[in-house]
Structures are given as C-alpha cells and as structure tokens.
Design a protein around this ligand. Structure first.
Ligand SMILES: [Zn+2]
Length: 289
C-alpha cells in the first residue's frame, strides 16, 4: 500500500501536468470507487480548473476553481453557497491504485478503473487491481480529512506534539503509529523502519517513553520519510513502480537477514495483525504494554 513517501512522489510527478489544467471529462468503469457517486464526481470536477495539487496523509488532493460558467449557477447562488471554490477532488490509492498517462507508448496497461480527460488533450488513467481505491468529490474538505492526525513532515510535528500523541494512550507503539488519526501518512513499511532507527520495540508502551526516546522517535520518523521521498518511495510490485527505497530498508522485508548494524538476524513478528520487522538486539523488547 502506498504510504506518505509514495503518495508525495506521485503528487510531485503529477503537479506540473495537472495544476492549471481543466477537467473536460470523467469516465468511470468501477462505480464503487466514486464517492458519493460517479455522477457527483463528474458534476463536481468536469469543467473545473485545478488550482493546486497537494497531499494530506495518503490522500492526493486537487483544489478546484469555481468555474461558475454559463448554465452552472448564477452569481447570486454562488454567493449564497460556496462562493470562492469549486470543491476538492480527493483520491486515496489504498492497496493498489495508481495513475498512468494514456499517451505513454508501449506500456502494458491493466485494471483501468477511471479516466480523467484534460483541456490539453491528455488523458490520465486511474488503474486499481484490488478495487479498494476511492475517488471522492467534496466541497467540505474537513468531512474527509478532518479526523486525520498530524503531518509528520510539517513544522507542527514537534517532540511536544508527539509526546501529547503518545501519552494518555497506553498503547503499543506500532499500532499507535499506524493510527491515521494520531499521525497521518505512516504505514507498515515506514513504521517498522522508524522504530528500528529509533531503537524502540514495536510493542513498547507509548506512555512509558522517556522524553529522549520521544525525540529519537520523532527524528527517526522524519529521517525515514525524507529519505524515502528522496528515493521516490518503495517498489515491491506493480502496485507502485519507479521507487528505489527498497534497496535502503533496514528491517522491512529483511526477515532472517543480518541486521545492518549488529548482524543479528531480523525477526518477523505479528503485531496488530501486521507483519512487523525488528532487530531483537537493536530494539530490545520491554514488554510493558
Ligand atoms: Zn541490530
């Protein structure tokens, strides 16, 4: 599943091709992906210009201009409702959603679920093998993203903010870090990597961390995410292509291989239903939670 670095990489790659462009058509081949409905997504985006493409947690977000053209809404109606914007298109890739350009030559293309036509004549395809992805149109951004936790690469992600997230919740670290309402954007890979780098066991109890351990965890989360973005994310299969971070992972996917730091074999545990990778030497088990 694409996590923060993969989604950030996708947004950076799409941005120059989408910002300033107008959607001219939306074709859907999988009705269940559209929220609230295919018709609502079409009505919301077609004719509208993308003013900004950005990321929130694992969502790809496009802000849309209120086109307000003829046959749409009168000026009075616009003033009465959402007068200054045309809503937002939000896409969550979930397990296997990905974009592809229809004019990319010699490319095997499967599992096409939607297409977005643009006013420069290009067609952006949306493919999704597992069919869990969501394409959402909303005028109320908060209704979709309001519950999401803090962005780990933003300035607000201080040691104090992390301490607030960890204390008062006696939870094991790994499930807590995966909780999108606490910290937004971390998934299985980068949680394992950050905990290794911080020298913390995934089952360590969140409220028993010292201030020094919290600072270490904060630094590790940011370093791991930044490095992954530099390497364009992690690619294991065709759900996400083009990444190079898999070569630099310390624990994830390395069960049985020697720890890069201490040579102890990496172990694979099951924590909160997720395969979890640890170095038993670098991340001593404290079993307190
Ligand atoms: Zn080790």
């Amino acid at each position: 599943m694409p996590e923060l670095p993969e989604v950030e990489t996708i947004v950076q790659a799409l941005r120059p091709h989408l910002e300033g462009r107008r959607f001219t058509r939306y074709i859907s081949r999988w009705a269940k992906q559209a929220v609230p409905s295919t018709a609502a997504v079409r009505r919301g985006i077609v004719g509208r210009r993308i003013t900004r493409l950005w990321r929130r947690a694992k969502f790809i977000a496009a802000d849309l201009e209120d086109s307000g053209g003829p046959g749409r809404r009168s000026r009075g109606e616009r003033a009465a409702s959402d007068q200054h914007f045309g809503g937002h298109l939000l896409i969550h890739l979930r397990m296997s959603g990905r974009f592809d350009w229809a004019d990319r030559p010699n490319h095997k293309r499967r599992h096409i679920r939607a297409a977005f036509d643009l006013d420069d004549g290009r067609r952006l395809l949306f493919c999704d093998m597992r069919k869990f992805a969501k394409i959402i149109y909303t005028t109320e951004l908060d209704a979709v993203t309001g519950q999401l936790g803090i962005e780990p690469l933003e300035r607000q992600f201080t040691a104090t903010a992390l301490e607030r997230a960890l204390y008062g919740r006696a939870r094991q670290l790994k499930p807590l870090l995966l909780d999108q309402t606490v910290i937004a954007g971390l998934g299985n890979i980068y949680t394992d990597e950050a905990l290794f780098q911080a020298g913390l066991h995934p089952t360590a109890c969140s409220e028993r961390l010292s201030r020094e351990e919290i600072e270490r965890l904060r630094t590790a989360i940011r370093a791991v995410l930044r490095k992954a973005i530099r390497h364009r994310g992690t690619s294991f299969d065709e759900a996400y292509l083009g990444g190079g971070m898999q070569k630099y992972l310390d624990v994830y996917g390395r069960a049985g291989l020697p720890c890069r730091r201490c040579k102890t074999p990496i172990e694979r545990l099951r924590i909160a239903q997720r395969g979890t990778h640890v170095c038993p030497n670098c991340q001593p088990f404290d079993g307190k939670c």
